[in-house]
Ligand binder design. Structure first.
Ligand code: NAD
Length: 342
Protein backbone atom coordinates (compact mmCIF):
# COMPACT_ATOMS: atom_id res chain seq x y z
CA UNK A 1 0.00 0.00 0.00
CA UNK A 2 1.47 3.38 -0.98
CA UNK A 3 -0.50 5.24 1.73
CA UNK A 4 0.86 5.58 5.25
CA UNK A 5 -2.51 5.52 6.92
CA UNK A 6 -6.14 5.51 5.85
CA UNK A 7 -8.78 5.64 8.57
CA UNK A 8 -12.53 5.51 8.13
CA UNK A 9 -14.64 6.39 11.14
CA UNK A 10 -18.31 7.18 11.66
CA UNK A 11 -18.91 10.20 13.84
CA UNK A 12 -20.86 9.69 17.05
CA UNK A 13 -22.86 12.93 16.69
CA UNK A 14 -23.41 13.34 12.92
CA UNK A 15 -23.05 9.62 12.05
CA UNK A 16 -21.38 10.67 8.79
CA UNK A 17 -18.50 8.55 7.40
CA UNK A 18 -15.24 10.48 7.91
CA UNK A 19 -12.24 9.39 5.88
CA UNK A 20 -8.75 10.66 6.63
CA UNK A 21 -6.08 9.52 4.18
CA UNK A 22 -2.44 10.21 4.96
CA UNK A 23 -0.52 9.52 1.78
CA UNK A 24 2.96 10.49 2.91
CA UNK A 25 4.73 12.13 5.81
CA UNK A 26 8.18 11.72 4.29
CA UNK A 27 8.66 15.51 4.34
CA UNK A 28 6.61 16.35 7.43
CA UNK A 29 3.07 16.14 8.86
CA UNK A 30 0.43 15.48 6.22
CA UNK A 31 -1.65 18.53 5.25
CA UNK A 32 -4.77 18.62 3.13
CA UNK A 33 -8.23 20.04 2.88
CA UNK A 34 -11.52 18.82 4.29
CA UNK A 35 -13.92 17.96 1.49
CA UNK A 36 -17.56 18.01 2.56
CA UNK A 37 -19.85 16.82 -0.20
CA UNK A 38 -22.44 14.27 -1.16
CA UNK A 39 -21.33 10.89 -2.52
CA UNK A 40 -23.34 7.91 -3.78
CA UNK A 41 -21.61 5.87 -1.03
CA UNK A 42 -18.72 6.31 1.42
CA UNK A 43 -16.45 4.17 -0.77
CA UNK A 44 -16.69 6.87 -3.47
CA UNK A 45 -15.53 9.34 -0.84
CA UNK A 46 -12.66 7.00 -0.01
CA UNK A 47 -11.55 7.05 -3.66
CA UNK A 48 -11.50 10.86 -3.56
CA UNK A 49 -9.54 10.90 -0.31
CA UNK A 50 -6.92 8.52 -1.74
CA UNK A 51 -6.49 10.46 -5.00
CA UNK A 52 -6.46 13.90 -3.40
CA UNK A 53 -4.10 13.03 -0.52
CA UNK A 54 -1.55 11.74 -3.01
CA UNK A 55 -1.90 14.95 -5.07
CA UNK A 56 -1.20 16.96 -1.88
CA UNK A 57 2.07 15.07 -1.32
CA UNK A 58 3.26 16.21 -4.75
CA UNK A 59 1.93 19.75 -4.35
CA UNK A 60 3.80 20.22 -1.06
CA UNK A 61 6.98 18.59 -2.34
CA UNK A 62 7.03 20.66 -5.54
CA UNK A 63 6.61 23.77 -3.38
CA UNK A 64 9.51 22.58 -1.18
CA UNK A 65 7.34 22.63 1.94
CA UNK A 66 8.15 20.61 5.06
CA UNK A 67 4.77 18.87 4.85
CA UNK A 68 3.37 15.67 3.42
CA UNK A 69 0.03 14.94 1.78
CA UNK A 70 -3.29 14.12 3.39
CA UNK A 71 -6.99 14.66 2.86
CA UNK A 72 -10.28 14.39 4.70
CA UNK A 73 -13.54 13.43 3.06
CA UNK A 74 -16.79 13.85 4.95
CA UNK A 75 -19.10 11.72 2.84
CA UNK A 76 -22.64 13.03 3.07
CA UNK A 77 -25.48 10.90 1.76
CA UNK A 78 -27.74 12.22 -0.96
CA UNK A 79 -30.73 13.07 1.17
CA UNK A 80 -29.96 14.48 4.62
CA UNK A 81 -30.26 18.29 4.60
CA UNK A 82 -27.08 20.03 5.74
CA UNK A 83 -28.58 22.21 8.47
CA UNK A 84 -26.26 24.42 10.58
CA UNK A 85 -26.76 22.01 13.54
CA UNK A 86 -25.86 18.98 11.43
CA UNK A 87 -22.78 20.78 10.07
CA UNK A 88 -21.69 21.63 13.60
CA UNK A 89 -22.13 18.00 14.70
CA UNK A 90 -20.06 16.71 11.77
CA UNK A 91 -17.27 19.22 12.41
CA UNK A 92 -17.20 18.42 16.15
CA UNK A 93 -16.83 14.74 15.25
CA UNK A 94 -14.03 15.55 12.82
CA UNK A 95 -12.25 17.83 15.30
CA UNK A 96 -12.08 14.95 17.81
CA UNK A 97 -10.94 12.56 15.07
CA UNK A 98 -8.09 14.86 13.99
CA UNK A 99 -7.10 15.45 17.64
CA UNK A 100 -6.80 11.67 18.12
CA UNK A 101 -4.13 11.56 15.37
CA UNK A 102 -1.74 13.62 17.47
CA UNK A 103 -0.54 15.97 14.72
CA UNK A 104 0.20 13.50 11.94
CA UNK A 105 -2.51 15.22 9.85
CA UNK A 106 -3.31 18.96 9.66
CA UNK A 107 -6.62 20.04 8.09
CA UNK A 108 -7.39 23.00 5.83
CA UNK A 109 -10.42 24.06 3.81
CA UNK A 110 -11.45 22.39 0.53
CA UNK A 111 -14.64 21.99 -1.50
CA UNK A 112 -17.58 22.43 0.89
CA UNK A 113 -15.61 23.91 3.80
CA UNK A 114 -14.02 27.27 4.58
CA UNK A 115 -12.06 29.20 7.23
CA UNK A 116 -15.08 29.33 9.61
CA UNK A 117 -15.20 25.51 9.64
CA UNK A 118 -11.48 25.39 10.45
CA UNK A 119 -12.23 27.56 13.49
CA UNK A 120 -14.72 24.90 14.67
CA UNK A 121 -12.04 22.19 14.30
CA UNK A 122 -9.62 24.36 16.30
CA UNK A 123 -11.87 24.02 19.35
CA UNK A 124 -10.80 20.37 19.45
CA UNK A 125 -7.31 20.40 17.98
CA UNK A 126 -4.49 22.80 17.08
CA UNK A 127 -4.10 20.86 13.82
CA UNK A 128 -6.24 22.98 11.50
CA UNK A 129 -5.11 25.95 9.40
CA UNK A 130 -6.48 28.77 7.24
CA UNK A 131 -8.53 30.25 10.08
CA UNK A 132 -10.58 33.45 9.79
CA UNK A 133 -8.69 36.67 10.48
CA UNK A 134 -10.90 37.50 13.50
CA UNK A 135 -9.52 34.45 15.32
CA UNK A 136 -5.92 35.13 14.39
CA UNK A 137 -5.78 33.30 11.07
CA UNK A 138 -4.79 34.47 7.60
CA UNK A 139 -8.34 34.32 6.21
CA UNK A 140 -8.97 33.84 2.50
CA UNK A 141 -6.07 32.29 0.61
CA UNK A 142 -7.06 33.95 -2.69
CA UNK A 143 -4.47 36.75 -2.41
CA UNK A 144 -1.41 34.52 -2.02
CA UNK A 145 -2.83 32.07 -4.57
CA UNK A 146 -3.08 34.89 -7.14
CA UNK A 147 0.41 36.10 -6.20
CA UNK A 148 1.80 32.62 -6.81
CA UNK A 149 0.10 32.41 -10.21
CA UNK A 150 1.64 35.78 -11.17
CA UNK A 151 5.07 34.43 -10.11
CA UNK A 152 4.55 31.34 -12.29
CA UNK A 153 3.34 33.60 -15.11
CA UNK A 154 6.59 35.63 -15.05
CA UNK A 155 8.66 32.46 -15.44
CA UNK A 156 6.34 31.18 -18.19
CA UNK A 157 6.57 34.50 -20.05
CA UNK A 158 10.36 34.44 -19.98
CA UNK A 159 10.38 30.89 -21.29
CA UNK A 160 7.93 31.53 -24.13
CA UNK A 161 8.57 35.18 -25.05
CA UNK A 162 12.07 35.82 -23.65
CA UNK A 163 10.73 38.52 -21.28
CA UNK A 164 8.28 38.76 -18.38
CA UNK A 165 7.12 42.17 -19.64
CA UNK A 166 3.37 42.04 -20.23
CA UNK A 167 3.11 45.36 -22.13
CA UNK A 168 1.22 44.79 -25.33
CA UNK A 169 0.47 41.15 -24.45
CA UNK A 170 -3.04 39.73 -24.29
CA UNK A 171 -4.02 37.79 -21.18
CA UNK A 172 -7.28 35.82 -21.23
CA UNK A 173 -8.63 34.94 -17.78
CA UNK A 174 -11.34 32.30 -17.58
CA UNK A 175 -13.21 32.72 -14.29
CA UNK A 176 -13.50 36.18 -12.72
CA UNK A 177 -13.84 34.77 -9.20
CA UNK A 178 -11.84 35.62 -6.12
CA UNK A 179 -8.49 34.49 -7.58
CA UNK A 180 -9.17 35.41 -11.23
CA UNK A 181 -10.11 39.00 -10.29
CA UNK A 182 -6.85 39.44 -8.35
CA UNK A 183 -4.81 38.04 -11.23
CA UNK A 184 -6.50 40.53 -13.56
CA UNK A 185 -5.45 43.34 -11.20
CA UNK A 186 -1.88 42.04 -11.25
CA UNK A 187 -1.19 41.72 -14.99
CA UNK A 188 -0.05 45.30 -15.42
CA UNK A 189 0.26 46.63 -18.95
CA UNK A 190 -1.54 43.74 -20.62
CA UNK A 191 -4.72 43.80 -22.65
CA UNK A 192 -7.07 41.82 -20.43
CA UNK A 193 -9.82 39.56 -21.72
CA UNK A 194 -12.09 37.88 -19.17
CA UNK A 195 -14.79 35.27 -19.27
CA UNK A 196 -17.17 33.79 -16.72
CA UNK A 197 -20.29 31.63 -16.80
CA UNK A 198 -21.80 34.10 -14.34
CA UNK A 199 -23.07 36.86 -16.63
CA UNK A 200 -23.29 39.32 -13.74
CA UNK A 201 -19.47 39.47 -13.83
CA UNK A 202 -19.74 41.30 -17.15
CA UNK A 203 -20.43 44.57 -15.33
CA UNK A 204 -17.38 44.07 -13.09
CA UNK A 205 -15.34 43.45 -16.25
CA UNK A 206 -16.63 46.64 -17.92
CA UNK A 207 -15.95 48.75 -14.85
CA UNK A 208 -12.35 47.59 -14.84
CA UNK A 209 -11.82 48.06 -18.56
CA UNK A 210 -11.54 44.33 -19.34
CA UNK A 211 -12.89 42.93 -22.60
CA UNK A 212 -15.55 40.23 -22.25
CA UNK A 213 -15.28 36.83 -23.97
CA UNK A 214 -18.24 34.48 -24.16
CA UNK A 215 -17.40 31.33 -22.11
CA UNK A 216 -18.12 29.18 -25.18
CA UNK A 217 -15.32 31.02 -27.05
CA UNK A 218 -12.58 30.76 -24.43
CA UNK A 219 -10.76 27.83 -25.97
CA UNK A 220 -10.73 29.36 -29.45
CA UNK A 221 -9.86 32.97 -28.59
CA UNK A 222 -6.30 33.97 -29.57
CA UNK A 223 -4.20 35.33 -26.68
CA UNK A 224 -0.60 35.29 -25.47
CA UNK A 225 -1.57 33.71 -22.15
CA UNK A 226 -4.61 31.74 -21.05
CA UNK A 227 -5.31 31.74 -17.31
CA UNK A 228 -7.72 28.95 -16.26
CA UNK A 229 -9.20 30.29 -13.01
CA UNK A 230 -12.57 28.55 -12.92
CA UNK A 231 -12.99 24.78 -13.00
CA UNK A 232 -10.90 21.68 -13.71
CA UNK A 233 -10.98 19.25 -16.62
CA UNK A 234 -10.87 21.96 -19.29
CA UNK A 235 -8.01 20.58 -21.37
CA UNK A 236 -8.53 17.19 -22.98
CA UNK A 237 -7.65 15.44 -26.25
CA UNK A 238 -10.80 16.79 -27.88
CA UNK A 239 -10.39 20.42 -26.78
CA UNK A 240 -6.73 21.33 -27.08
CA UNK A 241 -6.66 21.27 -30.91
CA UNK A 242 -8.70 24.45 -30.82
CA UNK A 243 -6.37 26.42 -28.55
CA UNK A 244 -4.70 29.54 -29.96
CA UNK A 245 -2.37 30.36 -27.07
CA UNK A 246 1.33 29.58 -26.55
CA UNK A 247 1.20 29.71 -22.71
CA UNK A 248 -1.28 28.41 -20.12
CA UNK A 249 -0.88 29.16 -16.43
CA UNK A 250 -3.61 29.42 -13.84
CA UNK A 251 -4.91 28.38 -10.43
CA UNK A 252 -7.76 26.02 -11.40
CA UNK A 253 -7.20 22.56 -9.94
CA UNK A 254 -6.89 19.44 -12.13
CA UNK A 255 -6.94 21.34 -15.43
CA UNK A 256 -6.05 18.29 -17.57
CA UNK A 257 -8.57 15.52 -18.12
CA UNK A 258 -5.62 13.16 -17.59
CA UNK A 259 -1.85 13.40 -17.41
CA UNK A 260 -1.30 12.28 -21.03
CA UNK A 261 -2.76 15.63 -22.17
CA UNK A 262 0.53 17.24 -21.02
CA UNK A 263 2.27 15.42 -23.90
CA UNK A 264 -0.37 16.58 -26.38
CA UNK A 265 0.03 20.19 -25.27
CA UNK A 266 3.82 19.93 -25.60
CA UNK A 267 3.43 18.45 -29.09
CA UNK A 268 1.42 21.55 -30.02
CA UNK A 269 4.22 23.71 -28.55
CA UNK A 270 1.91 25.07 -25.89
CA UNK A 271 3.68 25.64 -22.58
CA UNK A 272 1.40 24.46 -19.76
CA UNK A 273 2.54 25.23 -16.22
CA UNK A 274 1.35 22.37 -13.97
CA UNK A 275 -1.62 23.55 -11.90
CA UNK A 276 -0.34 22.04 -8.67
CA UNK A 277 2.78 24.23 -8.95
CA UNK A 278 1.06 27.44 -10.09
CA UNK A 279 -1.80 27.23 -7.56
CA UNK A 280 0.31 26.53 -4.47
CA UNK A 281 0.63 30.14 -3.22
CA UNK A 282 -2.36 29.91 -0.88
CA UNK A 283 -1.25 26.74 0.83
CA UNK A 284 2.37 27.95 1.01
CA UNK A 285 1.36 31.22 2.67
CA UNK A 286 -1.28 29.95 5.11
CA UNK A 287 0.82 27.01 6.30
CA UNK A 288 3.84 29.26 6.61
CA UNK A 289 2.00 31.84 8.70
CA UNK A 290 -0.29 29.66 10.79
CA UNK A 291 1.69 26.45 11.31
CA UNK A 292 5.33 27.42 10.82
CA UNK A 293 4.74 30.87 12.37
CA UNK A 294 6.66 32.73 9.66
CA UNK A 295 6.12 36.47 9.40
CA UNK A 296 4.30 37.95 6.39
CA UNK A 297 7.52 38.79 4.57
CA UNK A 298 9.04 35.32 4.90
CA UNK A 299 5.82 33.57 3.90
CA UNK A 300 5.40 35.90 0.90
CA UNK A 301 8.98 35.22 -0.18
CA UNK A 302 8.13 31.52 -0.25
CA UNK A 303 5.12 32.23 -2.48
CA UNK A 304 7.32 34.28 -4.81
CA UNK A 305 9.76 31.35 -5.00
CA UNK A 306 7.19 29.65 -7.26
CA UNK A 307 8.86 31.71 -10.00
CA UNK A 308 12.22 29.97 -9.58
CA UNK A 309 10.51 26.58 -9.25
CA UNK A 310 8.77 27.15 -12.59
CA UNK A 311 12.04 28.37 -14.14
CA UNK A 312 13.65 25.12 -13.05
CA UNK A 313 10.77 22.99 -14.35
CA UNK A 314 10.76 24.72 -17.73
CA UNK A 315 14.53 24.25 -18.14
CA UNK A 316 14.32 20.51 -17.41
CA UNK A 317 13.91 17.95 -20.21
CA UNK A 318 10.46 16.50 -20.90
CA UNK A 319 7.08 18.09 -20.38
CA UNK A 320 6.64 20.60 -17.53
CA UNK A 321 4.35 18.04 -15.85
CA UNK A 322 7.01 15.30 -16.00
CA UNK A 323 9.64 17.75 -14.74
CA UNK A 324 7.43 18.90 -11.84
CA UNK A 325 6.63 15.31 -10.88
CA UNK A 326 10.26 14.34 -10.98
CA UNK A 327 11.28 17.39 -8.89
CA UNK A 328 8.66 16.44 -6.30
CA UNK A 329 9.64 12.75 -6.37
CA UNK A 330 13.33 13.61 -5.83
CA UNK A 331 12.35 15.56 -2.73
CA UNK A 332 10.08 12.83 -1.38
CA UNK A 333 12.51 9.99 -2.05
CA UNK A 334 16.00 11.49 -2.29
CA UNK A 335 18.33 9.05 -3.97
CA UNK A 336 20.58 7.52 -1.37
CA UNK A 337 24.15 8.37 -2.25
CA UNK A 338 26.29 5.29 -2.74
CA UNK A 339 29.37 5.25 -0.59
CA UNK A 340 32.39 3.27 -1.56
CA UNK A 341 34.87 1.89 0.92
CA UNK A 342 38.54 2.09 0.17
N1 NAD B 1 -8.95 30.28 -3.70
C1 NAD B 1 -7.76 29.69 -3.59
O1 NAD B 1 -6.93 30.05 -2.75
C2 NAD B 1 -7.39 28.56 -4.53
C3 NAD B 1 -6.23 27.83 -4.27
C4 NAD B 1 -5.86 26.80 -5.17
C5 NAD B 1 -6.67 26.54 -6.26
N2 NAD B 1 -7.81 27.27 -6.47
C6 NAD B 1 -8.63 26.94 -7.63
O2 NAD B 1 -8.69 28.09 -8.48
C7 NAD B 1 -9.96 28.17 -9.12
C8 NAD B 1 -10.60 29.51 -8.79
O3 NAD B 1 -10.72 29.63 -7.39
P1 NAD B 1 -11.58 30.82 -6.74
O4 NAD B 1 -11.33 30.76 -5.30
O5 NAD B 1 -11.32 32.10 -7.49
O6 NAD B 1 -13.06 30.33 -7.04
P2 NAD B 1 -14.38 31.22 -7.18
O7 NAD B 1 -15.51 30.30 -6.93
O8 NAD B 1 -14.26 32.48 -6.38
O9 NAD B 1 -14.37 31.66 -8.72
C9 NAD B 1 -14.57 30.80 -9.79
C10 NAD B 1 -15.23 31.62 -10.90
O10 NAD B 1 -15.30 30.80 -12.06
C11 NAD B 1 -16.60 30.95 -12.65
N3 NAD B 1 -16.86 29.76 -13.45
C12 NAD B 1 -17.33 28.55 -13.04
N4 NAD B 1 -17.38 27.70 -14.08
C13 NAD B 1 -16.92 28.38 -15.17
C14 NAD B 1 -16.67 28.04 -16.53
N5 NAD B 1 -16.95 26.83 -16.99
N6 NAD B 1 -16.17 29.00 -17.35
C15 NAD B 1 -15.89 30.26 -16.90
N7 NAD B 1 -16.10 30.63 -15.62
C16 NAD B 1 -16.58 29.71 -14.77
C17 NAD B 1 -17.52 31.18 -11.49
O11 NAD B 1 -18.72 31.83 -11.91
C18 NAD B 1 -16.66 32.06 -10.58
O12 NAD B 1 -16.81 33.43 -10.89
C19 NAD B 1 -10.74 26.95 -8.61
O13 NAD B 1 -10.54 25.88 -9.52
C20 NAD B 1 -10.06 26.63 -7.30
O14 NAD B 1 -10.22 25.26 -6.95
C21 NAD B 1 -8.18 28.28 -5.64
Amino acid sequence: MEYEEVIVRRGSRGRVPMIIAVHSRALGPAVGGVRLRRYPGWRDGLEDALRLSKAMTFKCAAADLPFGGGKTVLALDRATPLTPEFRQAILDDLGEFIASLGGSYIAGPDVGTGPADMAVLRRHTPHAFCLPENVGGTGSSSGPTARGVLAALRAGMRHVFGSADLSGRTVLISGLGSVGALIAEGVHGARILVSDVDDTKREQANENGYEWVDPAQVLTTPADVLVPAAVGGVFGPDTIDRLKVPLIVGPANNQLTDDSVAELLAAREITWIPDFVASAGGVIYTLGREIERLDHQAATARVDAIESTVDRILKAPGTPLAAAMSLATERIHPRTKETTRA
